[in-house]
Design a binder for this molecule. Sequence first.
Ligand code: C2E
Ligand code: MG
Ligand code: MG
Ligand code: MG
Length: 280
Amino acid sequence: QAKNEGGNTYHFFIKTMHDAVKQRRQRETELKLTLQEQQFTVYYQPRHFCNKEGICGVEALVRWQHPKEGLLLPNQFLEIASRSGLLPAIDEFVMMTACVQAKAWLDKGLRFGRIAVNVSPTEIAHPNFVSRVLDVLSSSGLPPTYLELEITERAILTNSDLAIANLLELRKEGVIIAIDDFGTDYSSLKRLIDCPIDVIKIDQYFVSNMEDGKSVAVIKAIIAMAKSIDLEIVAEGIELHMQMVELHRMGCDVMQGFYLAKPMPPEEMFAHIRLNTPEG
Ligand code: C2E
Ligand code: MG
Ligand code: MG
Ligand code: MG
């Protein structure tokens, strides 16, 4: 009986593995087609000053408009994309789309602050990274000071020499560098503060756990450190009015989160910016 069960488990395991591999292959094939057929789209989420008026930034977030499954979120496909080498192409698509969009908003007189784009860790250390970003800027016509790159701590702690050299070069051109998900991943604070960065985004984990004194202590420490070396601070994942009030009291002025606005397609973002800028 036991042996029989073991055998079934084994076959079940093999079948599960097989299905998983098959599903992964299918996703990969789908992803490649998707790049060609342009099923990827970009959603935008604003950053607001804590008074809830005034937008000081917009983050571009990739979405996959799947023909059968509907709108897919990054955590449903970025890992597979990364393992199959498609992430650079996706990132480049998002950066180009976002920069073209931002330039169009600028031309219409909309003031949205900056456009922020997520860049995957492996990209930043790539020898061609600088020229690819500059190409996107020149072909979209967006001035470099309107572009912010959101990178993670990991991106500058691994491969750091090349990554830092690239970031320095882009920063010289006027591009803004932000550290995303700050506080969740760092191994060397010293290395980090030596890096060419302008903005720190406090991870939503701390924001969503603010009833815990330890999270509040971490937030206060991040804000104090960021201020002492003149970095801008953005808090992510604001879902409640109270979180905004508390963060403001602690010295953070810029907020991003569902409480202010969810990520939305470009037409909606256009209307949202217009509504939230004094002389739009
Ligand atoms: P992220 O860069 O930290 O972006 C913030 C994520 O939190 C977004 O999820 C956003 O929709 C979500 N969010 C914003 N406000 C709230 C809130 O109040 N509550 C909650 N629960 N969530 C909130 P999304 O769009 O699913 O993206 C997830 C992650 O995928 C991003 O995290 C980023 O790391 C990555 N990602 C997104 N687009 C790209 C891209 O074009 N390229 C690369 N390499 N990564 C991307
Ligand atoms: Mg981000
Ligand atoms: Mg984040
Ligand atoms: Mg995140």
